[in-house]
Structure formats: structure tokens, C-alpha cells
Write a protein of this length. Structure first.
Length: 245
């Protein structure tokens, strides 16, 4: 008669079998912060400062992405309390979490959806939040974000229409932007630069250099002659360049 064998696991093996793997633990941490962020942005969208306040550290610093202005907890809550109609919608994805003791660095992509009349405008940012763990709860200590550039949507503009923009434009003393043809593309090359930016048409009088970032809006006189351009940059700078004779 064959005897049954009993396998006895050591205490270490029992502990290891019950302890989650590093990959699982990290996935659980990311999921926890995903839920926290979703709840936080829902409170912001609906102006629920009572619930939002619970997850904020007293010394919170929230950096406004468009201006770089730093606001305190009280200033941030006051701004959130001013309801936007209709309410915006925030989506978060691409979440990465690095935990160092009672501090967590949480990076993610945020999509802001806002209705402007019948049009929905979406802006994308990359955010980095610093959370601290106090009395068993994660609280937001600092928020920063950077706007992500969305590729421009080009429009059809024939070569005859684009020819009107060929010329030299003075940005500043001794600094000239040369708009010229390279093959079938308009290219703008500033003084001292070896390589220019391809001007992608986005309207009948506006171009996006290389299809991203700044926008060049050309100005005309009453006869339609191009006088110069105004160029806006993502950081808020505005440059005016007059066309040279």
C-alpha cells in the first residue's frame, strides 16, 4: 500500500506565495492613483470644493500651465468654486507613479474638453503631481503641467496664393526672416539659421512653421498686399515682423 506524501512549505515560501509581485504592486499603485485623479478632476469640473479640499495638502502649490503662476490652496479652491458653464471634462491617461517612502511622483497626460458654443475644444497637457502620505491618506502637495503641441490641420492653398507671402521680413535690427521657395514648399529661414521651417498653411493668411508650435498670421493692406506678419508662441510671446521693400 502506497503511503501519501505531505509537502510542507517553509514559512519563507508561504510568505513569498502570499506577497504580491513587484509588477502587481506597481499596477495596484497606478490604479489607486488613477482613481484618485479621476475623482479629483471630477470635483474640479463640478466645483465641489468640499470634497476636493480633503485631498489637498495645506501647503499646496498649484502651477497654472498657461502662465506659470503659482497659487496657494485657498486661491486654488476659490478659483475652482467659480463654476464653469457648461462644465469642462477632464480625462487622464498614461499614468506613471514613482513612490519614495511617503512621497509619490505621479506623471500623466491630461485632456481638457471644453464647449465653446457648438464646438468642443480639447487641450492636451503633461502633468506632474507630487503627493505626500499623511495619516494614511495621499494628499496633493504640488501640481505642474506643460502644454502639449497638437499638430496643425493643413488647408489646401495653391502655389499662386502662397507666392504673395514670398519676401524678407524684419524681426529686429539685423535679424531678418527670409520666406522663399524650396521645391514646392514655402520655407522661412531666419538670419544665422542654416535650416528653415516649412510653412504649413492653416488658412488663407496663416501658416504653422513645420506644422507645430507657433502660428504666423500675415497682415495685408486694403489692396491685398502683404505688409508683414504677427507670430504667436506657446509661451505667450508675440513677434511682429514688417515686410522689407
Amino acid at each position: 500500500m502506497r503511503r501519501a506524501t505531505l509537502t510542507v512549505l517553509s514559512p519563507l515560501a508561504l510568505v513569498c506565495s502570499a506577497w504580491p509581485s513587484p509588477a502587481r504592486a506597481q499596477a495596484d499603485l497606478v490604479d489607486a492613483f488613477r482613481q484618485l485623479l479621476v475623482a479629483q478632476y471630477a470635483d474640479i469640473a463640478h466645483g465641489d470644493t468640499t470634497e476636493l479640499r480633503k485631498g489637498l495638502a495645506d501647503d499646496l502649490i498649484w502651477v497654472i500651465g498657461t502662465s506659470g503662476t503659482e497659487v496657494t490652496k485657498s486661491q486654488f479652491l476659490a478659483a475652482v468654486g467659480q463654476l464653469q458653464v457648461p462644465a469642462p471634462r477632464f480625462d487622464v491617461d498614461s499614468i506613471h507613479v514613482q513612490r519614495i517612502g511617503d512621497v509619490a511622483l505621479v506623471g500623466y497626460r491630461r485632456a481638457d474638453h471644453r464647449a465653446v458654443g457648438a464646438l468642443e475644444v480639447t487641450a492636451l497637457t503633461r502633468a506632474l503631481d507630487v503627493f505626500v502620505r499623511r495619516r494614511g491618506e495621499w494628499r496633493l502637495e504640488r501640481h505642474t503641467q506643460t502644454w502639449l503641441v497638437v499638430p496643425a490641420t493643413p488647408v489646401a492653398l495653391d502655389s499662386a496664393a502662397r507666392q504673395a507671402f514670398v519676401g524678407r521680413y524684419q524681426i529686429g535690427p539685423g535679424y531678418v526672416d527670409d520666406v522663399h521657395w524650396e521645391g514646392d514648399q514655402l520655407v522661412a529661414t531666419a538670419s544665422g539659421q542654416g535650416t528653415g521651417a516649412t510653412l504649413v498653411p492653416v488658412s488663407s493668411s496663416a501658416f504653422s512653421p513645420d506644422g507645430v508650435g507657433a502660428l504666423m498670421m500675415f497682415e495685408r493692406d486694403a489692396t491685398g498686399r502683404v505688409l508683414g506678419y504677427v507670430q504667436g508662441y506657446p509661451d505667450g510671446r508675440v513677434v511682429r515682423a514688417a515686410r522689407l521693400p
